[in-house]
Each structure stands twice: as structure tokens, then as C-alpha cells.
Design a protein around this ligand. Structure first.
Ligand code: GLN
Length: 533
């Protein structure tokens, strides 16, 4: 197909309605019809990327293969579509302005006054069309973060208006709103939707499709009323009621013909409705699973599910593929002690020691690593979690009571985790960690190899500290083996105690690459070990 079609997804009434899931579902449906689809997200904040944001502010920081620190919605895009996204898929207002200001300094606009329109909007449009022009996608779905009416969103809405004007039917707008249920009146209310659409129209954007989020089913009369007041066709009002799993959403959207409506609008043949066999099989399997597997997450961001989003999703994929329901217990690492750990882990089948930064909550991670090591409870340490496993081992098995990471104590005599050489001279915080996908060679004689079934893997990273190779022999002699190593830098990527059922730590983040149809091998093995414990 020569032309690229652009779909814009905006949201109104409230935030957190799930624009990312709707964008992913639309992408999934179009992809199932054989189209080459990608999804990008614009975030209206001023940070250049979310890498410097606290997870409390914006949830997990996701990392793409090309080393971009990205919004967590990119994780949904990858998990639904099984694609790999890049730096081009997540752009913030900060980056847009930064690009424009850099061009201005170079003299690219010599003589001109630089303004939001056209310079900022042109840069936004360039970044949208880049995916179509350079990478030749059939569909580029662009999700606009924030809510219509926010001051920060205005240049994006103006860019949508311009693109719709320029591209005609090849650019369509999907607007997601919320239909609340007023218990006292026992009624679903469409007024917020009407207002939100009016707001969008006031910027010159007429939505083509409305997706109405609600906790209750919407009847036809209500949908027709919304269509009439909001100036869209009846078939373009889609409901999205809360689902037991986000992975049901594409199926519910398909039932309402959302993809067909889109194809009709952009003038593409409709053809047969795809079966989505594998996807449905996944859902059926998830549904059929009766017994549970109980996994504890040990970390400091426990009040907030989004902080460990990709880990949760990876565990859930792996549980389904092992025919188990996933039960997750959050254990606040700030509150774990040698005294209460056994009680806290009662009924738990496996423990994930979570990634993170800094001192807060670190001791609880050592407590957990020690307890699970001594009780042979399946344990999966990720990034900082892996580093904690190594430090605990050094303290309690190798006998270096002061063993530490120089992140926590730069004076320690036993720096079993140390800052990477290339990091020593870095002073800027943003985008300067070791980021993105790197090669790793896996030892065939290891539990890790049993999971991967291959010696050559690539996984994504986000860290500044590494296992100190000076200690490698001492660790290995006592049973903690370095079974995955970067072939170029010799950096230790995976440690394991092979005598235990599953005691594996990875310097990389396997959770970024688990998808619905292709769960990650280490998560699969971990869940298997947890079930068999
Ligand atoms: N803080 C550790 C480091 O920088 C681990 C990072 C992480 O868990 N993502 O090396």
C-alpha cells in the first residue's frame, strides 16, 4: 500500500481512561488484517523523555530496543502487537521544543520569528509523518497524552487539525470519553462526553469515532443520542466497558466493528473479519485457568501498580501460558525484616526482587534474597534485584559483611557491584545510563539456558552499575555462577545458583520484551518453578 493512514487518539472528560489500551486494540485489529501498523505517543510534558521521572509521577519507565527511555504505554503497544518500538514512537513536548530551538540556533529559520504555529506544529507533524514516510507503515496510530482542554495539548490538537485538513480521509480522529453512572439518579450521563467533543470541535477537530468508557453497558438509544449530539455516524459510537483483562478489549472492539468502521472511513476494502485465533486461544486459556500461582513482588513502589507494569504483565502472560491464574502480593521492601519475612512469604510460590534506584527500601531486598536462597523458594531478581542477590551472597556466603554496591556506599572495601567504567565521567542524568538492547552469551550448562534454549540472546538495559568481575571466581566457587555475559564487554548479565530450583538474577530487564503471544522464556520458567515448588 502506497499511502499511510493516520489515526489520532485523544481523550476527554478524565485522564486514565485507557487511551493506550484503545490505541493498542485498534492497532491489533488492523494488524490482524495484514496491515503494517505502529503506534506512537506524544506526551505533553516538558521533560525531554520520562527517564528522569519518579515512578510515582508517571509509572514505570519503559525502554525500547534502541535505548529510548519511554512512556509505559509503549509497553502496551509492544505487548499487544508483538512489534518493537523505537525512539520515534514516544515524543514529548520537551523534545519537540528542543529540536526546534536547536534548529533555530543553527540558523535553519534565519530571519524568522519562531512560533508555536507553524514551527512547533510543523515539528510535531514531521514526527508523526516520519513513521509513515520513512518506515512505510500502512497505519500510524498517534496517541496524544493528557486530556482535551489541557493547555499543554493545544499544539497537538492544532497539528491534528492541520493533518486532517491536508490528508482528508487518510487522517481520522478517535476520541475517548467517559460516561459516568449517577447512582442517585440511576442514570448514565452523556453530558461530559458532549462537552468534551465540543471542546475538541472548538479547536477545529471533528472526531470521526467516539469510544465511550463506562462501568455499565450502554444501550442503543444512548449511543444514538451521543452520535447525534456529537456529529458522528451511529456506527462510529463504540462502547468500552470495564473488562476482566485489558487483552479482551480488541475482541470487544471487533464485535462492534470498530476496525470495519475505520477501514470504511479511510477507503480501504473491508474483507473478511479476522479470526484472531491465537489471541482468542490466549484469552480462553486465561479464563480456563483455575488454580493460582502466588507471586510476591519485593519493591519500594508498592502503592502504585504502574511502577512495575511490565513485570506484572510478563508474569500474567507466563501464568496464562502455564495454565495458572496469577495472584500478586506486593511486599514493601522498607518493611521487610529477618523477623517478619517468613510470615510475609507464607503461601507465596515465587518472589520477584524488583529493579530500582537508591538506598530507600534496599535492606528488605537483601532480607528477601537471603530468605528465599536459604529456603529454596524460586526467586527472580531484575536489575537492582539481581545486584541485591549478589550483595546478599557476598555478605552471607563469601563473608564480606560490608559488601555493597557503590551506588549505596562508595567507600565499601567490597564493591561487588560497582559503577561501570564508562559511567564514571557522566554528570548529566537524562538518557545517560546504559540503555537498550545488548548481546548476551548464555552458558549451556545452566538453568538460564534451559529456559532460553539458545546461547545468544539480546535484552534491554537501564543501569549504571554492574557486577564487579574481580569477584567472579569467588562467587562461582561458592555456587553463584555468572551464566550470562556480554561477549564484547565481558559484563556479567545473568547470575544464578544452579543448585536451587530457580534463583536467577538478570542485569537486564526481560519484562520489556514479553508479549501476549510470545511470553518471555525466563518468566515462563520462573512461573513453572513457582508452580512446582
Ligand atoms: N540502580 C541500579 C543501577 O543503576 C539498578 C537499576 C535498575 O534496577 N534499573 O545499576
Amino acid at each position: 500500500m502506497a499511502e499511510t493512514r493516520y489515526i489520532f487518539v485523544t481523550g476527554g472528560v478524565a485522564s486514565s481512561l485507557g487511551k493506550g489500551i484503545i490505541s493498542s486494540s485498534i492497532g491489533k485489529l488492523l494488524q490482524s488484517r495484514g496491515y503494517k501498523v505502529t503506534i506512537q505517543k506524544f506526551d505533553p510534558y516538558i521533560n525531554i523523555d520520562p527517564g528522569t521521572l519518579n515512578p510515582y509521577e508517571h509509572g514505570e519507565c519503559y525502554v525500547t530496543v534502541d535505548g529510548h527511555e519511554a512512556d509505559l504505554d509503549l509497553g502496551h503497544y509492544e505487548r499487544f502487537l508483538g512489534i518493537q518500538t523505537t525512539k520515534a514512537n514516544n515524543i514529548t513536548t520537551g523534545r519537540i521544543y528542543n529540536n526546534v530551538i536547536k534548529k533555530e540556533r543553527k540558523g535553519d529559520y534565519l530571519g524568522k520569528t519562531i512560533q508555536v504555529i507553524p514551527h512547533i506544529t510543523d515539528e510535531i507533524i514531521r514526527n508523526i509523518q516520519l513513521l509513515g514516510n520513512k518506515y512505510k507503515f500502512d497505519f500510524v496510530i498517534t496517541e496524544i497524552g493528557g486530556t482535551v482542554g489541557d493547555i499543554e495539548s493545544l499544539p497537538y490538537l492544532e497539528s491534528i487539525r492541520q493533518m486532517k485538513r491536508r490528508l482528508g480521509k487518510n487522517a481520522i480522529s478517535v476520541h475517548l470519553t467517559y460516561v459516568p453512572f449517577l447512582a442517585a439518579a440511576k442514570e448514565l450521563k452523556t453530558k461530559p462526553t458532549q462537552h468534551s467533543v465540543k471542546e475538541l470541535q472548538s479547536f477545529g477537530v471533528q472526531p470521526d469515532i467516539l469510544v465511550l468508557r463506562s462501568e455499565h453497558k450502554l444501550n442503543d438509544t444512548l449511543k444514538k443520542k451521543v452520535a447525534l449530539f456529537c456529529n458522528v455516524s451511529d456506527s462510529a459510537v463504540i462502547e468500552s466497558v470495564d473488562m476482566p483483562t485489558i487483552y479482551e478489549v480488541p475482541i470487544r472492539m471487533q464485535e462492534q466493528g470498530l476496525d470495519e468502521t475505520i477501514l470504511k472511513m479511510v477507503g480501504l476494502p473491508i474483507g473478511k473479519r479476522p479470526e484472531m485465533k491465537e489471541w482468542r486461544e490466549f484469552l480462553a486459556r486465561r479464563d480456563a485457568a483455575k488454580s493460582t500461582v502466588n507471586i510476591a513482588l519485593v519493591g519500594k513502589y508498592v502503592q502504585l501498580q504502574d511502577a512495575y507494569k511490565s513485570i506484572l504483565e510478563s508474569l500474567s502472560h507466563a501464568a496464562t501460558h502455564n495454565d495458572r491464574k496469577l495472584e500478586v502480593t506486593y511486599l514493601n521492601s522498607e518493611q521487610l525484616t529477618d523477623e517478619n519475612i517468613s510470615e510475609k512469604l507464607e503461601g507465596i510460590d515465587g518472589v520477584v526482587i524488583c529493579p530500582g534506584f537508591g538506598q530507600r527500601g534496599i535492606t528488605g531486598k537483601y532480607v528477601a534474597a537471603k530468605y528465599t536462597r536459604m529456603h529454596n523458594l524460586p526467586t527472580f531478581g531484575i536489575c537492582l534485584g539481581m545486584q541485591c542477590m549478589a550483595i546478599e551472597f557476598a555478605r552471607n556466603v563469601l563473608g564480606y559483611a560490608d559488601a555493597n554496591s557503590t551506588e549505596m556506599d562508595d567507600q565499601t572495601a567490597h564493591n561487588v557491584i560497582d559503577i561501570m567504567e564508562e559511567q564514571k565521567s557522566i554528570t548529566n542524568m537524562g538518557g545517560t545510563m546504559r540503555l537498550g538492547a545488548y548481546e548476551c552469551t548464555v552458558d549451556t550448562n545452566s538453568k538460564t539456558f534451559e529456559a532460553y534454549q539458545t546461547t545468544s540472546i539480546q535484552e534491554r538495559h537501564r543501569h549504571r552499575y554492574e557486577f564487579n568481575n574481580k569477584y567472579r571466581e569467588r562467587f562461582e566457587k561458592k555456587g553463584m555462577r555468572c551464566v550470562g555475559v556480554n561477549p564484547d564487554s565481558d559484563l556479567v548479565e545473568i547470575i544464578e545458583i544452579s543448585d536451587l530450583k530457580f534463583y536467577i538474577g538478570t542485569q537486564f530487564h526481560p519484562e520489556y520484551s514479553s508479549t501476549v503471544l510470545k511470553p518471555h522464556p525466563l518468566f515462563l520458567s520462573f512461573i513453572k518453578a513457582a508452580i512446582n515448588k
